[in-house]
Design a protein around this ligand. Structure first.
Ligand SMILES: Cc1ncc(COP(=O)(O)O)c(C=O)c1O
Length: 313
């Protein structure tokens, strides 16, 4: 294993700025609204979308501190765990994934975790009660000690990769959009899990977040992340919480039909846990007249479909 590369972003050779693609879609056309897709899913083949935006500032910090082991957290289908595993492999770092669900330890790995393991990530399964307490320094220290890791070599990235550095990385996405969007774009939309992407994106321009989890905790989370990153509230953002479709990884017949039709029509694989819900929500908002005729909406495609997904390319 080598020490972290001094400039991980350069070593990983991203495709940035990511492409901006206009799609003609009757759901928007009939209301005089243009739909632009910010194809951040194409920014890097293995560290796509908001994973790139959030991880790179953390990889830079790990390099600056001379840490050779990335430790992070996620559920069994976490896009973030996969991206961290890939980044570690590409940069010659060690990676440890703390996975929610002790019961998974004895089972065959699902395609997402199998990809992490193939990239060399060491997986450690913990019970849900411990996992919930992963924000407590003492709990993390115990987990690291249990894994025999020397804390001086470890760089801890939080669940979903969302911390103050990640928010700054996502603010760069906002600046990139600012440089390339036509003036007609009123709203930039993004799907939200932990809220880190919206906290950065929304700091510089008007942004609309679509939570994919149930509950009304997210506004507080985004505020907290903005406080950590910028010292206080920033920008002009809001959430529309109507499109979680039952909660994380839940779906409805209408959402599935929408995503399949969108894929067929535009030849674009649609990630189902986040991106589909945002695009579906935007279609409903267009129907409700939320966007003035003659304006455009930009939707951030934050990632590609997960490995093993039955749909998409
Ligand atoms: C594809 C995709 N889109 C959006 C999000 C939500 O990002 P955040 O957790 O920053 O709200 C995630 C989760 O990290 C994701 O994997």
């Amino acid at each position: 294993m080598s020490r972290p590369s001094a400039d991980p972003a350069a070593a990983l050779r991203p495709r940035l700025p990511s492409p901006l693609q206009e799609v003609r879609d009757a759901r928007f056309d009939r209301h005089g609204v243009r739909l632009l897709l910010k194809r951040d899913d194409l920014a890097h083949p293995e560290i796509p979308g908001n994973k790139w935006r959030k991880l790179v500032p953390n990889l830079r910090a790990a390099a600056a501190e001379g840490r050779g082991t990335l430790v992070t957290f996620g559920g069994a289908y976490s896009n973030h765990l996969r991206a961290t595993a890939a980044a570690a492999r590409l940069l010659g770092l060690r990676a440890v994934g703390i996975v929610r669900g002790h019961e998974l330890a004895g089972r065959p790995l699902n395609p997402s975790l199998a990809r992490c393991a193939a990239d060399g990530m060491r997986l450690s399964f913990v019970d849900r009660a411990t996992y919930r307490r992963k924000g407590e320094p003492g709990v993390v220290a115990d987990l690291l000690a249990g894994l025999g890791l020397a804390s001086g070599d470890v760089y801890v990235v939080p669940e979903g990769g969302s911390n103050a550095l990640a928010v700054h990385g996502c603010a760069e996405l906002g600046r990139e959009l600012e440089r390339e969007l036509p003036a007609a774009v009123g709203t930039v939309a993004v799907a939200c899990g932990t809220g880190g992407t919206l906290a950065g994106l929304g700091a510089g321009r008007r942004a609309l977040g679509f939570p994919v989890l149930k509950g009304d905790f997210l506004e507080g989370e985004v505020r907290g992340l903005q406080r950590a990153a910028f010292g206080g509230p920033a920008g002009d953002w809001r959430l529309d919480g109507r499109f979680h479709c039952g909660g994380f990884a839940r779906t409805t017949g209408e959402l599935d039909a929408f995503a399949e039709e969108f894929e067929d029509r535009h030849g674009l694989p649609v990630e189902r846990l986040y991106v589909a819900k945002m695009l579906y929500g935007l279609g409903v908002l267009a129907r409700e007249g939320a966007f003035a005729p003659g304006t455009a909406v930009a939707a951030v495609v934050t990632g590609p479909p997960e490995p093993g997904a039955a749909h998409g390319a």
